[in-house]
Ligand binder design. Structure first.
Ligand SMILES: [Zn+2]
Length: 169
């Protein structure tokens, strides 16, 4: 069999400006939301809190994971927060914080959004969107390329209607 080469994924380091007090406020809101988790099956509470860039009031919108006896109907904290925001007509995530209180000391892989949430976050993200992942000391901060290197985008090549109404792009 011939050797195949997988593409290199290289994302240069990047400086960002972020108010530490705001980051802390968002993490605290996510932690508070996690206390409302309904997770009788996984016993793994998750909390999310976000601020939308197109929200003049810059309100903090939260979500938590809501499980179901039919496991597939479970909803993640991040998507609950995002659908609450988008239902208010907001489309651009400025900051989204996520906390997993039971694994704050664990490696990042035990605290990051699931694949489905990564795709949904990117749908409402811009180049400025930041993802804050709660941890033992300071949060880990990612941007979209670092969270989801190869997101799916519907373009004119695969769709007749490439720009969804009210899209954040
Ligand atoms: Zn998820």
């Amino acid at each position: 069999m011939p050797p195949f080469q997988l593409p290199e994924v290289k994302i240069p380091a990047r400086q960002i400006s972020l108010d530490p007090a705001l980051a802390q406020q968002l993490i605290q809101a996510a932690r508070a939301a996690a206390t409302h988790s309904y997770a009788p099956f996984s016993h793994f509470p998750v909390g999310a809190a976000l601020i939308m860039a197109d929200d003049p009031q810059a309100q903090i919108i939260t979500g938590t994971n809501i499980e179901n006896s039919a496991y597939g109907e479970t909803l993640c904290a991040e998507r609950n927060a995002i659908t609450t925001a988008t239902a208010q007509g907001l489309r651009k995530i400025s900051l989204i914080a996520l906390t997993t209180p039971k694994t704050l000391n664990a490696p990042l892989a035990h605290r990051t959004p699931c694949g489905a949430c990564r795709q949904v976050i990117q749908e409402f993200s811009t180049q400025q969107t930041l993802i804050l992942i709660d941890g033992k000391d300071t949060p880990t901060i990612l941007d979209l390329p670092r969270l989801l290197p190869h997101p799916f985008h519907l373009t004119s090549e695969n769709n007749q209607n490439p720009t969804p109404e009210n899209s954040p792009k």
